[in-house]
Design a protein around this ligand. Structure first.
Ligand SMILES: [Zn+2]
Length: 137
């Protein structure tokens, strides 16, 4: 087992664990973007969101919801930015699904999720909506 997050889940590698549940482990990012930067990972190895089995997805996001308030409270933060880099092309460096919970404060210098995109939209909303509805089936 070479996946670093699988090894953290199994307790083979030490981590600052903040919540351990049967199907989900949450621990502090060792390269935090801010104090209290938490990673929430499913026990079952899955590279991307779309690889998660529905029960694992349910458990993962239940834990994200459960931790968001306490993380904010523990750090005295005004809010949290919650996000997933989903796939290598997005900058996902560990191919095991992980949800970032990053505490935020007014004037902390970080932008919104919108600021990471250059807004290179080329297609109409109707065209894109139609394509996605066809793919969903
Ligand atoms: Zn893994």
């Amino acid at each position: 087992m070479s996946c670093i997050f699988c090894r953290i889940v199994e307790g083979e590698i030490p981590a600052e664990v903040v919540a351990r549940e049967p199907e989900v482990t949450a621990f502090l990012d060792v390269q935090p973007l801010a104090d209290g930067h938490v990673l929430v990972v499913p026990r079952a190895h899955a590279a991307c969101i779309e690889d998660l089995e529905p029960p694992a997805a349910d458990a993962l996001f239940r834990t994200v919801v459960r931790l968001a308030g306490p993380v904010r409270e523990a750090l005295g933060a005004a809010g949290t930015t919650i996000g997933v880099n989903n796939g290598e092309a997005t900058g996902q460096t560990v191919p095991h699904v992980h949800v970032h919970i990053v505490p935020r404060w007014p004037d902390d210098g970080a932008g919104t999720i919108h600021t990471i995109f250059p807004r290179t939209v080329k297609r109409s909303l109707a065209d894109v909506g139609s394509a996605i509805r066809r793919a969903v089936g």
